[in-house]
Design a binder for this molecule. Structure first.
Ligand code: ZN
Length: 460
């Protein structure tokens, strides 16, 4: 028997199917998994005798499932704060030349800093959509996976891609796009090297061609066939701007969702980032096929792209999770802030009942787990699930008098993390990363970022 860890006396918000909550409760973790969740203080039983039991006094805290990030571009941690007042297309055309200079070291420094910060904001599982592979840049996906293991978070790395450069009618410059055969070979290698389909997995892999305006239909079709043959998930950007809708109409005579249907990209193994401009027929199609959406409210607002129809998506039964998106369009990259922004933006356009505080926490936890196809293992506090737990300290000045603890988390400022567990292992303790030194991460990131921006001529 391994060590037993008990979070005792905390408010417990389980996000299980019945949405059970315990005003005073406990969570028991044996090894990597949760073995008991209940009301009242923990009472030791016969199976505690003779074993190593650590009881954490959590009376000042609220326990929730660890937050799940369903859309990110971690390499962008090295390029924050650029093109601050631009549209998406202007922002992309400013940043592509900078991103064209990333390499293994830049990507590792950015991913370690980004994942470290996400953990500090309550995130236990992140994904990454990496689609920029400059020639000679080294093993970028391997660098990200290494960073996730160092920080200690669970990670779904997607092998992204672009094969439609400017000379063929796409948006990205030709020097950052790849040939389709190279992309497919690299995708197979990524799955072989990093994908762990087991229930205890800390790293999984998916395939993620970048967007309709940067990849060919052939790449979308081939990627879907490969992913389905290997049992991995599919992800891309969709319906982020009205420009993209116009592009699909002109080039294919279809809406973005109709185009995805035409290349075999709908199903419960597919999720789309953003989905701001889905019309009613598109939402019905997503619901019928079980295709998910990564809602990224902060990034969408930062770029002025619009507000996804979170209420309509949820009412239709579409799986919805939250994503911080790349830090170049969301410098804060805080998962709890995404929950707050999802709620505020939904209510700003849809009225006070558009999203409840518990809906917001749901999309940040079990909703995101479902979008990533991981909800059988993570996303709620239930016996048998992996022990991915955020323990928030809510007795301070910012939260001590907020009556409803879920309102405190979603509407209040982000509280300190007493503890963040991933598979039972502490990743954050007393609001500091446990396994890595935060100052070192910051120094490595600054050095990588400065070098990248100097090479691109952005810094003199
Ligand atoms: Zn994105």
């Amino acid at each position: 028997m391994g060590e037993r860890l008990v979070l005792d006396g905390c408010t417990v918000v389980t996000m299980d199917a019945a949405r059970s909550e315990h005003a005073t409760g406990h969570v028991v973790v044996d090894g990597t998994r949760i073995t008991a969740v209940g009301s009242g203080r923990y009472v030791p039983g016969p199976d505690d005798v003779g074993r190593d039991v650590r009881v954490v006094d959590a009376r000042a805290c609220v326990a929730t499932p660890g937050l799940v990030d369903t859309h990110n571009h971690l390499y962008q941690w090295a390029t924050r704060g650029l093109a601050c007042d631009s549209t998406l297309f202007e922002w992309l055309t400013t940043l592509y030349p900078v991103w064209g200079g990333i390499d293994e070291d830049t990507t590792h420094a950015a991913a370690a800093a980004g994942l470290g910060w996400l953990a500090r904001t309550g995130c236990t599982t992140s994904m990454d959509h990496h689609y920029v592979f400059p020639h000679g840049g080294g093993d970028l996906l391997g660098a990200e996976v290494a960073a996730a293991r160092e920080v200690g978070v669970r990670f779904l790395a997607t092998r992204g891609s672009m094969d439609l450069g400017r000379s063929r009618g796409g948006l990205p410059p030709d020097h950052v796009v790849e040939e389709i055969d190279d992309i497919l070979a690299a995708s197979v290698e990524a799955i072989d090297r990093h994908h762990d389909p087991s229930p205890d997995a800390t790293v999984r892999v998916g395939l993620a061609p970048c967007s309709p305006f940067s990849v060919t239909g052939d790449l979308l079709r081939e990627s879907a066939a490969l992913a389905r043959g290997r049992g991995v998930r599919l992800h891309t950007h969709l319906a982020e701007t009205t420009d993209e809708a116009a592009y699909c109409r002109e080039r294919f005579g279809m809406t973005p969702v109709e185009y995805m249907a035409s290349v075999g990209w709908l199903g419960d193994d597919v999720w789309f980032a953003h989905g701001i401009h889905f019309d009613d027929p598109a939402i019905a199609t997503l619901a019928r096929t079980g295709s998910g959406v990564a809602h990224c409210p902060s990034s969408n607002a930062r770029l002025g792209a619009g507000i996804a129809r979170a209420r309509a998506l949820r009412d239709a039964g579409v799986p919805v999770g939250l994503g911080v998106d790349g830090p170049a369009s969301n410098e804060a990259s805080s998962m709890l802030e995404e929950a707050r922004h999802a709620l505020l933006l939904a209510r700003a356009v849809g009225g006070p009942t558009a999203l409840t505080v518990r809906d917001a926490l749901e999309v940040a936890t079990i909703g995101g787990a479902r979008v990533l196809g991981w909800d059988d293992q993570i996303g709620s506090l239930e016996p048998g699930k992996l022990a991915d737990v955020a323990l928030w300290r809510v007795d301070g000045l910012a939260h001590g008098d907020i009556v409803d603890p879920v309102a405190g988390l979603v509407l209040g400022d982000r509280p300190p993390l007493a503890l963040l567990l991933v598979g039972g292992r502490p990743v954050v303790s007393d609001d500091r990363l446990v396994a890595v030194d935060e100052e070192s991460l910051g120094r490595a990131l600054r050095s990588a970022s400065t070098g990248l921006l100097e090479r691109a001529g952005v810094l003199a």
